[in-house]
Design a binder for this molecule. Sequence first.
Ligand code: WT7
Length: 653
Amino acid sequence: MVQNIDSILQENRLFPPTADFANSASINAAKLQALYQQAEEHHEGFWAELARSELAWKKPFNKTLNSDHAPHYRWFEDGKLNVSYNCIDRHLPDKADKTAIIFEGEQGDTRHISYAELHQETCRFANALKAQGIASGDRVVIYMPMVPEAIIAMQACARIGAIHSVVFGGFSAEALKDRIDDASAKLLITADGGHRGGKIVELKAAADKALESCGDSLQTVIVLKRTAHDVTMKAGRDIWWTDATQGLSDECEPVWVDAEHPLFLLYTSGSTGKPKGIVHSSAGYLLGTIVTMKWVFDHRADDIFWCTADVGWITGHSYVAYGPLAVGGTIMVYEGAPTVPDTGRFWQLCETHKVTVFYTAPTAIRALMKSGDEVPNRYDLSSIRLLGTVGEPINPEAWMWYHMVIGKTRCPIVDTWWQTETGANMIAPVPGVVATKPGSCTRALPGMALDVVDEEGNPITTPNKGGLLVVRKPWPSMLRGVWGDEARYIEAYWGMFNNRYYVAGDSARRDEDGYFWIMGRIDDVLNVSGHRLGTMEVESALVAHPAVVEAAVVGRPDEIKGEAILAYVVLKGARPEGGKDATLTQELRSWVGEQIGAIAKPSDIRYADNLPKTRSGKIMRRLLRTIASGEEITQDTSTLENETILLQLQGKE
Ligand code: WT7
């Protein structure tokens, strides 16, 4: 499992914050030292104090942490609050007119939404949900373009205690159906479409298709008019957003929920089975997003904070819809693709809206880097003061480009390690204090007990020796479970060390300075453009095609996406000549696109008579990975039934 985890990367450059940044940062070295010390000395007390100072409670809590049913941890459980109140209402006394959301559509339409307006819209939509019979604890699926109403819908659910499950708009009808059914959702919020890449994303059509075969939990579909092109509305089931909110009050008393009340589910891939519905709490989750907005993003009242992630991912939950609003910030939201009308779009948006903090994924940085320095150089990026990355390790070359060309050597880069399950940043530099190294997410944040252990669970103390990334202590924004699958929660995250540690599923090492370097996944999870995909999911989609008998997919290093998917397929009929069949490959790619979404389409497919298996019949994935990356085969292949398939898999025959 953890064989050969050795460091390949040797990066010694060190980038301390500039004096300018350090002097104005809200966390200085002394403050950070104090935070670490408090957290170290009294983990629970540290978090309790933050929960009291950072959250607005309806009923204060007395009990900080309940570990009676570990690894089911409960934080602040006797307190009551409302997340939407914390994100909106509490800012109204002094920030009613402050802009909460700056929106720009792909076609250039813009909107500014103040906190007062966000409050009205959220309340009105919360009333609409109630009018459709939605109550606290009900599940609502959101399948929307990246427009303010997606955030309003999330906030409205939070306001009435409904549990939302946002499904990324790039996912297919099939994926949407699975998620609606798994959550037994009662209501779906979607749009007639969204603008992306110069085209209309047919969200409503996909939703209609999903609902054809859904279970009968789903009663109502609320449809936002965004593109105004023709869609079919099913009488008795579908209602336009404007009709659903017509005449309803713009006041809605928040439902005060328990701290542990689930705020949302978000599905993410594991190595086996269907995607897991990760459950997040209300108070603990929100606290994690707030403290990291302050520690990592150095939040300031005048920031224009732009996290480019879609609300369909955890990053878009924690650093678009919740965290920045909870601290009373102003967020930038962009609907479309980074390439419309050209690859300067992100930089144009930064210039136009005076973005101060810019947070994106390495895959986007690499893609934009490819278009050359002259593109960003056309824009005034002087408003930017802090840059961030998330999703996968950033290669030093892309880091340096981000640092020089976008940050003009002036802006610290916060490389933030975290996961859907962790709710908020866990390993990341505090930008005014911690010197960064290209490719390292640096140190664990205060109160986050990250460690690297060997296969017996012993901490690894030798610098640069790889091991498993674990968390030794519970933290407030941790996941609370896997929706409807108790066993999977234990098995996927806690089983390996008998509930002693949370196992992240990543391998990592720490260098001489104690900095963390993430080395990759330990399971069969792919990371395509910073998003997780299970090999199993893609394989199941492939074998569901009538022409396919067997399939194995592996990741291959990709310059832009981090990892690209390569599929090895055995067909029912004869193997195509030379192992290639462009037409069938096209068909299988679109097939996978329909089953899961475009992100899961294999970039290439190779056809073989057989797949390499061990004697016990397990597919030799490591061998396939070696082949996929074009490396020399060093594994023992003597157990292969048919050695000629090696040549087939390599595309040499
Ligand atoms: C996996 C989590 C959390 C938001 C985006 C992805 C990888 C994430 C980093 C980073 C190296 C990273 C890990 C992790 N990852 N951030 N800064 N450096 N690797 O969320 O889909 O839940 O995936 O992404 O492998 O386990 P996710």
